[in-house]
Each structure stands twice: as C-alpha cells, then as structure tokens.
Design a protein around this ligand. Structure first.
Ligand code: PLP
Length: 393
C-alpha cells in the first residue's frame, strides 16, 4: 500500500476483499465528471451526449475484457444488486419452466439470501457441499441438475478462503445436462484477479462489483448473455433498455471501466506480484505455533486472499490488536459485522467450531507492498503470544 500514515504510524491496509482504495486516476476521472461533464445521459443536448459517451466507453472496455458484446453489460449499484437481479429476476422470468435452483453452501449472502427469498416464494433450492478446500465438484452440480432446474449459481472466488471454482467445467456440465438451465456466477472476488470468459464458458449471468477493483462504492455490473431472460426488478423511466430504470451513475460507471482497463492491462505482472506477496506472508507467519492457513494452498487458490486460523485467540480481539499496530484485516469475512453468526464457508469446509471464531482474513491488492506484508507478519508475531497468554489463563 502506498505509504499511508495515521499520526506517525505506518498503515498496512490488508482488507482489500472488503473494499479497495480507488485508483487515483479513477477518482480524478470521477471528479471531472462531477464538476464538468455532469449531464444526464438521457438528456438530448450536448451535456447529455457527453455523459452517454462515458457509459459507452466503459461498456466497450468491460465487453472487451470479457470478450462479450457491449449490449451484454447491465450497470447496477453493486455486487449484491447484480446477484439479486440475476437470481430473483432470472427465477421470475423462467418460473414457467420449473421452480428448482441450485447453489453452493459457501456463497456470499448476496446469493444465499436471494435464494432464501425464493424459497419463501415456493421455489426449491438445493445447496451443494464443498470439499475441505472449499471446492464444489462439477460432477455433483451435474447430478443435481434436473429437468425443472431453472438456474444454478456458483461463485468464482470465495470471499473468505479464496477457493476458485472450476467454473468452465461446471458450465459445460450444466449445459450438457439441461441446456435451458441458466448459469449464474458471482465473480465479485474473481473479476480483476482472473481471466473470465462468460460467453465461452457457458455462463449466462455474472455479477461484478466496482469497489473491489479500485473503483468507487455504489457501482457494479451484471453480464447478461444473449437471449437470457431476466425480469427487471426496478421500474421507472426505462433506462438501460428497461432492465434497470434510474439515471445511470455516470461517474461510477466511467471509473469502473477505467479501473478494469488498468487492472487487465498489466494483468500477468499484477497477479504474479499478488501471489508473491501471498507466499511471502504465509512463509513469514509459518513459524508462529499452531497457526493454520485454510482453503486452497499455493497457486490453486486466489492470489489475494489468506484465511488464517490462530487457535487460542478470538478473531475480533486479534483484529483490534493488529489495528493498534496499523494493520487492517478482517475477521473471517468482512461483511460479517452485520452478521454475528458463524461463517457458512468455514462451516462448509468443516473447520472445527473453536477455530471458526479464531480466523482472520488477510486480503491483498496490487497497491500492497512487501513492506505491508512484513509489517503484518511482524505484528502477528508480536501480538499473538501476548493475547494467548491472557486468553489461556
Ligand atoms: N459477492 C461476493 C463474493 C462478495 O465478496 C461481496 C462483497 O464482499 C458481494 C458479493 C457483494 O458485493 P457488494 O459489496 O458490491 O454489494
């Protein structure tokens, strides 16, 4: 992370799966749009046309990265909204064909809660288990697909342990078993960290969030494949072909397009850098007694997420002790401050109960440096023995 200081303390922000710092270029572009090119893209005058150009350019950039058509990109407010439109809108538009859906036990609440809502509306949802590394078997997905299965939702990268699902293989098997079943992928943690080709991989719907890729909060998009039927959930002035009414967040859209372009321009080098930092961190904390890294190891997993269990220390206490040393991480999953219950992902990989409460997540971005990682590992070396002494008495 660029040298950030709070008072005289150096800060290491290692909570990038919760959210990222905006690229300065993206923030500058937003500033220009807010102050100069602030027209409503639906206006017919010059200011409106200028605003519309930003949207067109972002759409083009995102479509090029995914190798899809520009019309396949629907701008939304966040990953959660994209997941909701895909799952609820997808189920509503296709309920005449059946009422069965499939997902995994380790999805984000944006997916799981949407599924729960559908269950309350008399849809039937199958929740598939994962192995101890957090991977769902493509065979089990294929087996679960029935004639009345209208949608399958599998995340690309898990937000808590960084497991990466075999999406291409899953897509192939779903379509083989039932070509009319829609395949939705929550790629909120995967986009920007992996190359993903929805049209080629049998993905019909795919959710992405701006604030995880150095764009601002309040912007996201949903990929919707050709001929995929999805009911709109927002009604109004008919923007985005009626799929999501409401004046577009032009600044957010432009910033997300720019951020995605920047990430994929230097993609291989960035990913190598992230894996290097992840490996360095795991090596540096490896000699702390009893600590354990959960989920996939090495290059099998995502390059930016480390789930670390520190037996004998409560995650929340550890998080605040690290904060006092200028190191920001999260406990288990970042979205969990609203959800005091135990993590569904850690439960699904069968992490023992006492360990679940002792698990923190360290998540990196390309803005992090070796110095950040070393600061975090030395803080852990310092605080863990101290906290254990008190917890175990
Ligand atoms: N899906 C996953 C895997 C996530 O990690 C998150 C956020 O952490 C979301 C969905 C929700 O995204 P947003 O915060 O943009 O609503």
């Amino acid at each position: 992370m660029r040298e950030i200081t709070r008072g005289i303390m150096r800060e290491a922000y290692l909570d990038n799966s919760a959210t990222t710092r905006c690229f300065p270029e993206a923030a500058e572009l937003m500033n220009k749009i807010y102050l100069e090119d602030y027209g409503n893209p639906s206006s017919m005058h010059h200011k409106g046309v200028e605003a519309e150009k930003y949207i067109t350019e972002a759409r083009r950039t995102l479509a090029q990265i995914l190798k899809v058509r520009e019309k396949n990109i629907l701008f939304t407010s966040c990953g959660t909204e994209s997941d909701n439109i895909a799952i609820i809108g997808g189920a509503m538009a296709n309920c005449r064909k059946g009422r069965h859906l499939i997902t995994t036990r380790i999805e984000h609440p944006a997916v799981l809660e949407a599924m729960k809502f559908l269950e309350s509306q008399d849809f039937d949802v199958t929740y598939l288990p994962v192995d101890e590394k957090g991977i769902v078997s493509p065979e089990s997905v294929e087996e679960a697909v029935r004639e009345d299965t209208i949608l399958v939702s599998v995340m690309h990268t898990n937000n808590e342990i960084g497991s990466v699902q075999p999406i291409e293989e899953i897509g192939k098997r779903i379509k083989r078993k039932n070509p009319s079943t829609l395949f939705h992928v929550d790629a909120v943690q995967g986009f920007g960290k992996a190359r993903i080709y929805p049209a080629k991989w049998g993905i019909d719907l795919m959710a992405v969030s701006g604030h995880k890729i150095h764009a601002p909060k309040g912007i996201g998009f949903l990929y919707i494949g050709d001929k995929v039927k999805v009911r709109n959930l927002i009604f109004g002035g008919g923007q985005q072909n009626g799929m999501r009414s409401g004046t577009e967040n032009v600044a957010g859209i432009a910033a997300m397009g720019l951020a995605a372009k920047m990430l994929y321009q230097d993609f291989d080098r960035e990913i190598e850098k992230l894996y290097g930092l992840r490996e360095l961190f795991i090596k540096e904390v490896g000699d702390i007694p009893e600590v354990q890294v959960n989920g996939p190891q090495g290059r099998e997993g995502a390059p930016h997420i480390v789930s670390l269990t520190v037996p004998g220390v409560r995650a929340e206490v550890l998080l605040h002790a690290l904060e006092d040393k200028g190191v920001y991480v999260s406990s288990g999953s970042a979205c969990s401050s609203n959800r005091p219950h135990l993590s569904a992902t850690l439960d699904a990989i069968r992490l023992p109960r006492p360990y679940m409460d002792s698990t923190i997540r360290i998540s990196l971005s390309g803005m992090n440096t070796e110095e950040d990682v070393l600061q975090a590992s030395s803080a852990l070396h310092e605080v863990i023995p101290f906290l254990r002494k008190y917890t175990r008495h």
